[in-house]
Design a protein around this ligand. Sequence first.
Ligand code: FE
Ligand code: ZN
Ligand code: FE
Length: 191
Amino acid sequence: MTANSLQELYVEQLQDLYSAEQQIIKALPKMIEAAQSEELRNALNEHLEVTQTQAGRIETIFEELGENAEGEKCKGMEGVLKEGSDLLKEAGEPVRDAAIIAAAQRVEHYEMAGYGTARTYATLLGHDEAANLLEQTLEEEKEADQTLSGLAEELNVEALEAGGKGGGKAEQGTSRNERAKKSGTRSKRAA
Ligand code: FE
Ligand code: ZN
Ligand code: FE
């Protein structure tokens, strides 16, 4: 589709966001299943419900516009989610929750960029109700990101202590405590 007006670009961006939310709804259950921390599972579960509401908001906006919500495939989110699922496959148990958080925060930031833009277009185009709905979603994405940052404070440290030295893979046959001792000299990595 060629967009020659801000209104058309707005519709294109909304379709892209709708596609992104649909993809997230499909991907989140796999992340929830892989998560070991109950707190992380709960946070992702809650965000899955929120995500369904967010997709519904975009549908509401499209009903008002009299346009079809389907039409764009968000290739960016497809890539972000593919990278996330690849990361989960590669991440051993000691670092799996940290990897889930890393992947999920990329998702949230990508969404924040899209919703900020769409909200601004809606305001400029005089779609005040839509601007409101998009702002609500933007705030929810920011909250989800902050919740993940909070969980990372604990779970990244657990990954640091459990993951053994350097090379990536956990040392087989070494107890968690021994590994924690060995890694004690490593400098702390930021969340
Ligand atoms: Fe979302
Ligand atoms: Zn996209
Ligand atoms: Fe989100």
